[in-house]
Design a protein around this ligand. Structure first.
Ligand SMILES: [Zn+2]
Ligand SMILES: [Zn+2]
Length: 363
């Protein structure tokens, strides 16, 4: 089968590799839609310590079950499925709490842990064999929509870390695919005002149609914290969700929250970033600061339900389509944000001539 392989950090190849066999508790899935996110770029550059090379990336994908291993009853050949990346050991205290994203046996496949596309081979390949605990059944959704399983789950978990009370003023920082999911979750979760801030006009633009009351390009205002406060009628926000992954964004997130308000920091997953804030902001501000990573507690299932109902519209976030053989072009489009790229989708098993390019919606 054809697969994208990172032979070692900073190298990409399209290779013929052996098709995996599903082990006990696993399903073999023929990948139909598979996308790229910022984590894949970190893995490519060797910035993710737990990844062994050679590695097949891909953790945001969907496909069709073609075979199941011993003991699998929930799924059968022909089922459409979407994957979430974390499979916990199921036995450690964190897994028992449902927080399998925090599994204490992280990276230890002998304990049954897998982080698909990170510590085990992923879905940028024609086939992938994974534990069925990572798979959610697609009923009426398309494979493209299913490939947003992880993005929707990450956004939902980040918002739910603090939760929204009706009438809350919510700020989302970071207009990527996850940020635009978070905007919709806030809007449909009863928020009063929803503000999205970012640095790229073309990525802020779709947010208005998706429920943001205001978008702010941080480069076009003198002081973004003051500007957002003005937009909220002179008040600071009840909830700020940071998904931009920079020190500046995290500092702004803390400062934008009202006294007693909530701040969720979910963007910075790389080493070496520090939070440089006057601690009185947090202490005297009596603020609740949450970290949020990934999507535990089967939350992707609820995220997918929101996609299915249209509570989260992911269709505008799919901007480019490529064959698997065009992986490097796809990566360039994603990294360079060509045409305002949000998510670029790859289609294993399809030739470049078969790809419907009409998904490119913005220039
Ligand atoms: Zn991702
Ligand atoms: Zn565990």
């Amino acid at each position: 089968m054809e697969a994208v392989v990172f032979p070692e950090p900073d190298q990409v190849e399209l290779r013929e590799v052996d098709r995996p066999d599903p082990g006990a508790g696993e399903a073999l899935v023929k990948v139909r839609s598979s996308t790229i996110c910022g984590s894949d770029v970190k893995i490519l550059h060797g910035e993710y310590a737990a990844t062994d090379y050679p590695h097949i990336p891909g953790h945001e994908w969907s496909g069709e079950v073609v075979e199941v291993g011993d003991g699998v009853e929930r799924l059968e050949a022909g089922d459409g499925v979407a994957a979430e990346p974390h499979v916990g050991c199921g036995e450690c205290p964190r897994c028992m709490e449902g927080l399998y994203n925090l599994c204490e046996h992280y990276g230890e496949d002998e304990h049954g842990h897998a982080h698909i596309g990170f510590t085990s081979n992923g879905g940028l390949a024609e086939y992938v064999a994974v534990d069925t605990r990572a798979l959610h059944t697609l009923e009426t959704m398309t494979y493209d929509q299913g490939a947003f399983c992880e993005a929707a789950g990450v956004a939902l978990h980040a918002v739910e870390r603090a939760g929204i009370d009706g009438d809350d003023d919510v700020v989302v920082i970071g207009p990527g695919a996850i940020g635009l999911c978070a905007v919709q979750i806030a809007r449909n979760g009863g928020a009063d005002n929803v503000v999205l801030t970012g640095t790229r006009e073309e990525r802020l633009a779709p947010a208005t149609d998706l429920g943001a009351d205001h978008t702010v390009n941080v480069y076009e205002v003198d002081d973004v914290v003051d500007h957002v406060t003005d937009l909220l009628g002179g008040k600071r926000a009840d909830l700020v969700v940071e998904l931009a992954g920079t020190e500046t964004a995290s500092k702004q997130a803390v400062e934008m929250a009202r006294r007693g308000g909530d701040v969720v920091l979910a963007g910075s997953t790389s080493a070496g970033r520090e939070l440089n804030v006057d601690l009185r902001e947090i202490v005297v501000g009596h603020k609740n600061i949450y970290g949020s990573v990934a999507n535990p507690e089967w939350i992707c299932e609820r995220g997918l339900s929101m996609v299915e109902r249209g509570t989260i519209d992911v269709d505008p976030l799919l901007t480019h389509r490529f064959a698997l053989a065009e992986f490097e072009d796809a990566l360039d489009a994603f990294q360079e944000r060509e045409g305002g790229a949000f998510r670029v989708m790859l289609y294993p098993g399809q030739e470049p001539s078969e790809i419907d390019r009409t998904a490119v919606q913005r220039e």
